[in-house]
Every structure is written in C-alpha cells, then in structure tokens.
Design a protein around this ligand. Structure first.
Ligand code: C2E
Ligand code: CA
Ligand code: CA
Length: 619
C-alpha cells in the first residue's frame, strides 16, 4: 500500500498539466482545419477533447475536495488510468485522419504531434509503468505502420528510428520510475531498520481515521521507548547501538506480522505499533495489553551483539483510537504521555492512557503557562518556617516558596517546583528566591533580629548550572556581609543528586569557601544515601518527615531515626528533624541528640512579620 501513497498525489497534480497541454495544443488542429478548409472534423474532435478534459477535471476535483481513504483512492486511480489512456488515444484519431488525407503538410503535422504526444505520455505517466508502456506502444504502432506503408527506403529507416525512440523512451521512463519508487521508499522508511518511519505511521493512522468502515470500531496504538538505550550507545558505541536497534526492530516486526500489526520507528529508540480494528473497547484493550506484554517480553530477551550480551527493557504507552474526529498526532501524543508515565513509574512497564493522566497533563500545562508570568505578576512570595533548638529557642528558619495565581488559586511547591525544574524556569525562580531570602536576612539583621541560620531549598538543576556560583557570589556581595553569609544553608534533595558528582562537589566547595553551608534534605528517602554522604562535603542532615511520622507508630521507626542520628553524629553533621508534629516526637528527638527541630508542633511557615513577632516572643 505504501508504494502507492505518494503516487496519488503525484498523479493528481499531473492531471491539470495534461489537460492544459492538450487543450492548448489541440487548438492547433482547429487552426489547421481552418487553413485546409475541413473545419468540421477538427471541431468534432476538439469537442471530444473538451468533453474528455472535463472528465479529467472532475477526477482532479474529486481528489482535491474529498479526503479519500485508501480504498477510494485505489478506485480513483483506476478510473484515472482509463481516462488517461483514452485521453492520449484521441490523438491517434487525428493522426489516422490526417495521414489519410493527401496534403503532405497534414502528414507532417500528424507525425509531429504523434511523436510529441508519445514523449509527453512517457513523462507524465512515469509513475504508472504498465499504463505508460501500453500508451506508448499504442501511440507508436500507428506511426510505425504509417512509415512502413509509405514503402520508401527513408521511411523504413524512420520506422526503425521510431522503434529506437520508443525503446529509449521506455528505458528513460523506467529509470525515472525506479528512482521514484526508491525516493518514495526512502521518504516513508527508516534507513536503519527498514521499518516505516514517522511520516508513514502518521499517514497510516490518518487513513484509519478517514476510513468510514472504522466508525464505531476501536484500534490501539503503542508507543515503545527503550529504557536506558543512551547508555548502551555511550558505553559500547553507536555501531552496537545501531545493531541493537535493528535487532529490536526485527523482533518487533516479526511479532507484528503474526498479529497483523503495523510496526514503525518514530526515531531514535522510539517505536510504535498500530493494530487492526476491534468491535468493542474491551476487546481492543485486552488485545492491546496482551500484545504489549508479549512485546515487552520479546524485547527483554537477551541479545548477543559483537560478543556482547545485552539486555534492554522498554516503557510502553498505549492509547486507544476510536474518536475519529481527532488527529493522528493526538493519538501519538496520548500514547506518549502514557509512555512517560511508565518511565516515571520506574520503566520496564506498560501504561494505558486514561482520563486521570490526561487531566494531570492538562493541569501541568496550565501550571506551566501561568508560571511563566508568575514572577512578573508578583505572584510568588516567601514564607519562613521557624527552626528550634533543644531549648525551644528560635535559631533559624527554612525559606518556603508560595505561589498564588488568580485563576489557579494557591499552588503548592510540590506541584510547581518539579514543573519549573523540567521547563528550566527554576533558574529564574531560584534566583528570585535567593535574592528575596538574602534581602530578608539583611533586613532582619539591620533590625536586630539575629538568627543562626537561614535554610534555602536549592534545586539540583540550579546548583549545577554554570551561572549559579557567580549569581550567589553576586547576591552575597549585594546583601550580606561575610558573617551573614555563614548563616546561609543550602538544602538539596538527595533524590536529585546529580549524576556528575565531581562537578557538584566542585561547586559546593567553591561556595563553602564563602561560608555557605550545605544540608541534605529528605535524608533517607533517596538512593545510596551513604555513599553520597562520603563524597559530598555537607554540614547538615535533615531527617525526612516520613521517618518522624513513624516515631509514634513503631519500634522500627524509632530505631531508624536513631540510626540516622548516629550516622550524622559520627560524621559530625548537624542534624535537623523536619515535620515534628507531636510532643512525643519532640521528646524522642531531643533525648536522642537531634540538634534542630522544625514542624507544625512549633509553627507553620510564616510570613516575615509573623516570623519576627514569634522570634521576639520566643528568644
Ligand atoms: P521540603 O524542603 O521537604 O519542605 C518541607 C515541607 O514540609 C514544606 O512544604 C513544609 O511546609 C512542610 N512541613 C513543615 N513542617 C511540617 C509538619 O509538621 N507537618 C507537615 N505535614 N508538613 C510540614 P511545602 O512548603 O509545601 O514545600 C514542599 C516542597 O517544595 C519542599 O519540601 C521543597 O522540596 C519544595 N520547595 C519549597 N520551597 C522551595 C524553594 O524555595 N525552592 C525549591 N527549589 N524548592 C522548594
Ligand atoms: Ca527543605
Ligand atoms: Ca523535606
């Protein structure tokens, strides 16, 4: 089917060219008739030409005005072939008519036009190999017969020339045809795996959408992305990466063939599958999941490439196609969203696109849009959650960002910080938070509100940005003296600790030279905490709220917190407990050697004025 895809469009464009060419040159015959006083046959012939031209024009319109599906296009092309053959053949009528007259000029005219039309047919019909040959032969044979019948030596030669010309034309048109097929193939196929490419896949879906027989039916679409393919590429080289992709493609298309599913490669390590149609949604969904599971299993079987034993898994997003009003890209997008969900749930899994997902994506998009203007519209504010020492004195605070938007209301940092990290907005936002916090620190210092530390949350994306050090130093200079600088603590979360530890450590050390301290936030919830602790030069450790919550519930929970405190003590780190909510938690933490406490038991995040008045109350 694919081989015809572009030819329809190609032929559709050619129709008008032929019609224009034929009507304008056909009019030449009217002129001939007028000169040689035989106007009636020419007028009749030209009228026939016009009538057939109209047929061609109709065909042109049918294609342009209707979004034909494959079957309809095939029918259309079939009719078009008849039209073209007849259209070219009517010149033979004129040829026969003129050579049967005795005027030699008319013979010249007939021969020249017949030759011309032959050349035109060889060019125009290039994409229709059979039709081109048939038309060419049917135009050339009368010419040859004519030359032979003339019975002169030169005319035999001309007949021979005609045969040679036909051969050359057929050869040339054949070459062009092969070239067309090849470029057509390249336009719709992926060079590496020979699977259909993105364009092919999109047209495939569009065709499904157009086909009226698919109304009320269901199809499924899978989007498959290999997990950690990049690391194979990076560590073993692109050749091995390519081989692996080819092998995955082969396995997928074999499996696809069994189930009559279409497999394509969208690019990189992303593949997709389109199923046939199902009568009910349930049936479609069941089949989708069954196929996806089988596919995942197949992909995960081991590979031997260049003596390397490789394993790879994939994340698969599934979307169902049944609302035929939607665009091909929308379905791919849905599968893409589901695929990303599968990735974020730990990869090596299958997720079916659903309304919840779609709502979340919409909400995130909305947040992203409004977040762009949040700073400019003064919607971002800072709150300060007090931190207490074991004597219950306020010794510092954690800066927590707040966002109020007119349309969205209050949006929590847990929701918008990750989005700002993904979009890069965190850089601008983080700068603002730093500057505001430093200003507050300066203001409090001037007003005699002295605290030991101000903790500011820093996203990893900010911390490893090449401008970060420069920005912090600039802001320190602008608002803080060296003494105040030493009171700044940057909190970073362990889960987001960068892959490039060395660069991170370098940045941290530069800032530590300026007196800034570092804290690991949410300690215990991330990965390989202990190995990071050894590598990263930090000063403080924050026990995550989830551990504090467990204190009331179980002995295990208490042992856990104790262990963390001991680790911190051994490494000579300050230890902060966050999310302290009960008297019991407070007592336990203080008795076991925790240095600083923070939580609703003491106070929520406060605005500046509230913080100041609390601080003045509880020294
Ligand atoms: P986090 O750094 O772990 O911040 C502590 C969160 O726990 C804060 O939520 C705080 O209001 C809340 N909390 C404090 N004490 C208690 C308690 O006793 N009980 C309960 N249930 N919750 C308590 P918040 O302000 O919604 O912040 C959520 C997260 O957003 C933060 O977690 C932090 O990861 C991020 N975040 C907040 N502000 C910033 C910021 O300025 N920059 C960056 N990069 N991230 C921020
Ligand atoms: Ca924090
Ligand atoms: Ca935390």
């Amino acid at each position: 089917m694919i081989d015809n895809m572009n030819f329809y469009r190609f032929m559709h464009k050619q129709i008008l060219i032929v019609i224009g060419l034929f009507i304008s040159t056909g009019a030449g015959y009217l002129y001939m008739g007028w000169i040689y006083a035989s106007l009636l046959p020419e007028i009749l012939w030209f009228t026939l030409l016009l009538v057939i031209s109209y047929w061609g024009y109709r065909l042109h319109r049918v294609y342009a005005d209707n979004d034909l599906n494959m079957v309809e296009k095939e029918k259309w092309l079939h009719e078009l072939r008849y039209f073209l053959f007849i259209y070219f053949s009517i010149w033979t009528i004129m040829f026969v008519m003129y050579i049967s007259r005795s005027t030699i000029e008319l013979h010249y005219m007939a021969v020249a036009t017949q030759l011309g039309v032959t050349v035109v047919s060889a060019t125009i019909l290039v994409s229709q190999r059979k039709l081109a040959t048939l038309t060419l032969v049917s135009l050339m044979i009368p010419l040859m017969i004519y030359f032979i019948l003339l019975g002169e030596f030169y005319s035999y030669l001309l007949a021979f020339f005609t045969v040679v010309l036909s051969g050359v034309l057929l050869y040339a048109s054949n070459n062009t045809f092969n070239y067309l097929v090849k470029s057509q193939y390249q336009a719709y196929h992926d060079y590496l795996t020979s699977l259909g490419n993105r364009r092919y896949f999109i047209e495939l879906i569009e065709d499904v959408i157009k086909a009226k027989s698919n109304h009320e039916k269901y199809l499924y679409l899978l989007l498959i992305d290999l997990d950690h393919f990049k690391s194979i590429n990076d560590t073993l080289g692109h050749d091995i990466g390519d081989d692996l992709l080819r092998e995955v493609a082969t396995r997928m298309s074999l499996l696809g063939k069994e189930t009559k599913n279409n497999v394509a490669r969208l690019g990189g390590d992303e593949f997709c599958v389109l199923s046939g149609s199902f009568e009910t949604k349930q049936e479609c969904m069941d089949n989708a999941m069954k196929f996806a599971e089988k596919l995942l299993e197949t992909i995960k079987e081991s590979y031997v490439i260049d003596e390397h034993h490789l394993y790879i898994s994939a994340s698969i997003g599934v979307s169902l196609i049944n609302n035929l009003k939607m665009k091909a890209n929308t379905f791919i997008k849905e599968a893409d969203i589901a695929m990303y969900e599968a990735k974020s749930l730990g990869r090596d899994g299958i997720i079916l696109f659903n309304d919840d997902l779609s709502m979340r994506v919409e909400r995130n998009l909305e947040i992203e849009q409004f977040l762009h203007f949040a700073l400019k519209n003064d919607e971002i504010t800072l709150k300060y959650q007090p931190q207490f020492n074991t004597q219950e004195e306020v010794i510092g605070c954690e800066v927590l960002v707040r966002w109020h938007n007119e349309k969205l209301g209050n949006v929590g940092p847990n929701e918008f910080i990750p989005i700002s990290e993904q979009t890069g907005l965190i850089l601008e936002l983080g700068y603002f938070i730093l500057e505001e916090s430093f200003k507050t620190m300066q203001e409090w210092d001037r007003n005699g509100i002295i605290i030991d530390q101000m903790s500011i949350n820093i996203s990893m994306r900010q911390l490893i940005h090449h401008n970060f050090i420069h920005d912090v130093q600039k802001l320190c200079k602008a608002y803080l003296n060296p003494e105040l600088c030493k009171k700044i603590v940057f909190e970073m979360t362990e889960t987001s600790v960068a892959e490039d530890i060395q660069a991170l450590v370098k940045n941290i050390n530069i800032l530590k030279d300026d007196g800034i301290r570092f804290s690991i936030d949410d300690f215990g919830t991330g990965y390989s905490s202990l190995s990071y602790l050894r590598q990263i030069p930090i000063d403080e450790l924050k026990i995550d709220r989830s551990f504090i919550m467990e204190l009331d519930n179980s002995e295990d929970g208490r042992i856990m917190v104790n262990t963390i405190i001991n680790i911190a003590k051994n490494l000579k780190l300050m230890i902060v407990a966050e999310g302290v909510e009960t008297e019991f938690q407070k007592g336990f933490l203080i008795n076991n050697g925790c240095d600083i406490l923070q939580g609703y038991y003491y106070a929520k995040a406060l605005d500046k004025a509230e913080f100041v008045s609390l601080r003045q109350k509880i020294k």
